[in-house]
Design a protein around this ligand. Structure first.
Ligand code: KG4
Ligand code: ZN
Length: 335
């Protein structure tokens, strides 16, 4: 069975083909970064319009890359939420139109569930159960995962998501959009000893996060020290976010008794986070798993993979179902 996956929840158009026998056949991503850069963030209306322009040509290129035609596709999965409503509607419309024209099933899937299961696309895939750290531009969550669709929220951000905190801090340091990778790159040349930022909410029990104060801390430091301290501030900020996440991940593993941690979402591409988590977990004889960098950020492969699991189990869109800009992970049904 070959599943087509379509991702259009935010500022990346992603498409992929996943075969239940041969695995991932092809995947392509078109990033809208250049389009939004001059506005310093994603402009939802521009995002929707760009998905309209790019999605169909990208699908044609995908099929060509895989050496297949539309008749080879047995089912279509698309991101139905959470995300920007206009952007989601483009993917949903194209996916359901394609499926209807071909007489094959369509299924809207959950973007964060797709991120969460993306490490299963790798050769070294985690077995269930595990704890997942989901860190993207819109979410920071610790989730207990006992099977596909069996999720229990352990903790989440009470204000800014981790990626959002990176992006906002990068913006005030003058690094443009999207700031996460740029800030992380700049931090490499920063002095780790110069500033020490707080580790929010680590002095009390619990698994929730709060990152918005760190952005203010960065701003105050910048106002006091000037732009010459840019790299040292970036370093102190990154160190604080990473250490806070490491502390909470260890706590989540201890509390749940699980020995495997999965990291997913755009911020899981952060090298400092990866190496610090690997060190900290090795000390407690736990293992960490993550997708290859291109599958950490938004992509079609994770949607095609999740679609193959759920369509393969017989799940289909209900008649009249529509995309959901907000969609709690815990509402998902087990396979
Ligand atoms: O998962 P994703 O591609 O999109 C959402 O679903 O939100 O995540 C994008 C987020 C952005 O906030 C971006 O700045 C952040 O991931 N990001 C990073 C890095 N690469 C991407 N943050 C820190 N370090 C990175 N290397
Ligand atoms: Zn995402």
């Amino acid at each position: 069975m070959i599943t087509l996956g379509i991702e259009t929840s935010c500022d990346e158009t992603g498409v992929a083909l996943y075969c239940s026998e041969r695995g991932l056949l092809a995947h392509l991503v078109h990033s809208q970064v250049a389009l939004h850069a001059e506005y310093g963030g994603v402009v939802p209306e521009l995002a929707s319009r760009d998905h309209v322009r790019k999605l169909v040509p990208l699908l044609e290129a995908l099929l060509q890359q895989a050496g297949l035609n539309t008749a080879a596709v047995d089912g279509v999965a698309y991101t139905a939420g959470p995300g920007l409503i206009g952007a989601l509607l483009v993917g949903a419309t194209v996916a359901r139109g394609f499926a209807w024209a071909r007489g094959i099933p369509a299924l809207g899937v959950h973007h964060m569930e797709a991120h969460l299961l993306a490490p299963l696309l790798e050769e070294r895939a985690p077995a269930f159960p595990f704890v997942a750290l989901l860190v993207s531009g819109g979410h920071t969550q610790l989730v207990e995962v006992t099977g596909v669709g069996c999720y229990r929220l352990l903790g989440e951000s009470l204000d800014d998501a981790a990626g959002e905190a990176f992006d906002k801090t990068a913006k005030l340091l003058g690094l443009g959009y999207p700031g996460g990778p740029a800030l992380s790159h700049l931090a490499l040349s920063g002095d780790p000893q110069r500033f020490r930022f707080p580790r929010p909410m680590t002095d009390r029990p619990g698994l929730d996060f709060s990152f918005s104060g760190l952005k203010t801390f960065a701003l105050t430091t910048l106002q006091q020290e000037g732009l010459a301290a840019q790299a040292d501030i970036a370093r102190a900020f990154e160190e604080a976010v990473v250490e806070t996440m490491v502390i909470k991940c260890r706590r989540a593993l201890q509390a749940s008794g699980h020995r495997r941690l999965v990291m997913a979402g755009g911020v899981s591409a952060n090298q400092r986070l990866r190496s610090r988590l690997a060190e900290a977990l090795a000390e407690m004889e736990a293992e960490v798993f993550y997708p290859r960098p291109e599958f950490c950020t938004d992509n079609g492969a994770m949607i095609a993979y999740l679609g193959h699991l759920r369509l393969g189990a017989g799940q289909r869109d209900a008649a009249g179902s529509t995309p959901r800009p907000r969609w709690p992970l815990e509402e998902l049904v087990p396979l």
